[in-house]
Every structure is written in C-alpha cells, then in structure tokens.
Design a protein around this ligand. Structure first.
Ligand code: NAP
Length: 242
C-alpha cells in the first residue's frame, strides 16, 4: 500500500496488531493505541510503529491522545477504530454497569476518537470500523456486545454522510469468529476455545479465522482503491453466517 500515516486503536493484540504490523511492513507510518504498558512497549520495538497509551473507554485519554498527536504535528490518512471488548452474558445476568462498560469502549469510544482526531484527518482520509459478524448471525448471551456493534455501525452511517464534505470516508469490516486473546478475556477456558474452533470446521472455510485473515480487507479499505466506497460493510467470516 502507498506510504500513509495510519492510527489503529487496540493495536497491541489480535486483529489490530496484525493490521499494524502489515501496514508498517508495507511502508506506512503506524500509530497504535492500547491500555497495557508492557504490550505497548513490545509493539513499539517493531520498526515503523509508535505506541500511545489510550483507554478507548476513557474520554480524557482520548482528548489527551489527540493533543499528543497534534503536538507531534501528526496528521492521519487513515484511522482503524478496532479496540473492542466482548463479555458474553445471558440477559438475566446483565447489570447496568456491564452495559455502560461495553458501550463506552465499543461505541462511545470510537465516536469520541473520531471526533477528537477529526482535525488531524487529512482530505481524503479513510476510517475503518471493526464491527462483528454478530450483526449477520445471532448467538445467545451476546446482546450487549451485539447492541454495541449495532451502535458502532449506526455511527458509521451518519458520519459517512456528515463528514463526506471533509473528504472522510467510513467503511466497516465485520470479522467472524477469530482466534485471538478476546476469547480468553471473555472468560473462555482452553477447552471452550478448542470446542469453538472445532465447531467452526463445518463452516464453508472449514476453520476458525486468525487475525491475519482480516488484514487484507482492512488494508484495502485504507487504500486509495476504496475511495468510492462509503458505508460499505465487508463481512470476513469464513461463511459462518451461511
Ligand atoms: N476475535 C473475534 O472473534 C472477533 C469477532 C468479531 C469482531 N471482533 C472485533 O475485532 C476487534 C479486535 O478484537 P480482537 O479479537 O483482535 O481482540 P484482542 O485480541 O483482545 O485485541 C483487542 C485489542 O484492543 C485493545 N483494547 C481493548 N479494550 C481497549 C480499550 N478500552 N482501550 C484501548 N485498547 C483496548 C486490546 O488491548 P489489551 O490487550 O490491553 O486489552 C487489544 O490491543 C474488536 O473490536 C472485536 O469486537 C473480534
């Protein structure tokens, strides 16, 4: 891909990390955000990647990130709003705080990040939302997560219209089940994860996705080749919804 400056939120693990590494190898200047200082330090040792601590669920962190980038005279060709969390729970067990926490990171965080980084986005610029296949296929115990991703996609559609005049395009990738840290963070045991992977052998792809499988769709949406695409949704799920 052309040499660009791209910021990836949640770029210290999983899909965000693989995207950041690929972009850097392709010659882009890459900025990642994350929460864990140790992970941030590890990522920033990779050439072409700068790492900033920013909790996507914390508006003050987001404002501070924008200020740091502005002070460093950084402007952006692309923004991947990827940071996200998944905590499966049956409806009967969800608390108001659970809803608030997931929405703060998966929906409000991306919107506030887009808002804060708006002055730094070039014309043209590409924003990629990382949503989920849960909007194509329904699983129980995912209501909070699914609602948060529906909110994220609603943000993408309104912003696509509202920011078009600034040369900003917004498109979405919906990953299917991808083996990353997210399953362990969700409280799944190794056996649970192995059973999940085994269950995916009956999909058209015949296996679970890995983070690398998502990278081509995301990098395409960041590239000039996607210039005419507005509020497009690319589902990369190995056919699990079929
Ligand atoms: N894996 C799947 O099956 C799947 C399927 C559909 C959609 N997705 C979506 O894909 C995106 C990436 O998921 P993944 O599977 O790559 O997960 P992952 O391996 O857990 O990586 C998530 C990344 O986001 C960061 N992050 C989480 N909460 C954050 C916060 N509040 N502020 C800043 N950074 C934060 C994580 O940092 P820490 O490690 O420090 O928490 C990590 O760098 C998410 O939006 C997820 O909803 C994943």
């Amino acid at each position: 891909m052309e040499n660009k400056t791209i910021l990836v939120t949640g770029g210290t693990a999983g899909i965000g990390l693989e995207t950041a590494k690929t972009l850097a190898v392709q010659g882009s200047t890459v900025i990642v955000t994350g929460r864990d200082e140790e992970k941030l330090r590890r990522v920033s040792t990779q050439s072409g990647i700068q790492a900033f601590r920013c909790d996507s669920g914390n508006p003050a962190d987001i404002t501070a990130l924008a200020e740091q980038l502005k002070q460093a005279d950084i402007t952006l060709d692309g923004l991947v709003l990827n940071a996200g969390v998944f905590f499966p729970q049956p409806i009967g067990e969800i608390s108001a705080d659970d809803i608030k926490h997931t929405f703060a990171i998966n929906a409000a965080g991306p919107l506030l990040t887009l808002q804060s980084l708006l002055p730094l986005l070039k014309n043209p610029a590409s924003v990629v939302m990382v949503s989920s296949v849960v909007l194509d296929k329904t699983w129980p115990s995912t209501v909070v997560y699914t609602a948060s991703k529906a909110a994220l996609e609603a943000i993408a559609s309104v912003a696509s219209v509202e920011l078009a005049g600034r040369g900003i395009r917004i498109n979405t990738v919906r990953p299917g089940v991808t083996l990353t840290e997210i399953q362990a963070k969700a409280g799944m045991s190794e056996d649970d994860i192995a059973a999940l992977a085994e269950g995916l052998s009956s999909t058209p792809l015949g296996r679970a996705l890995v983070a690398d499988d998502l990278v081509p769709a995301i990098t395409f949406l960041l590239s000039d080749g996607s210039l005419p695409m507005r509020n497009a949704v690319m589902t990369v799920d190995g056919g699990v919804r079929l």
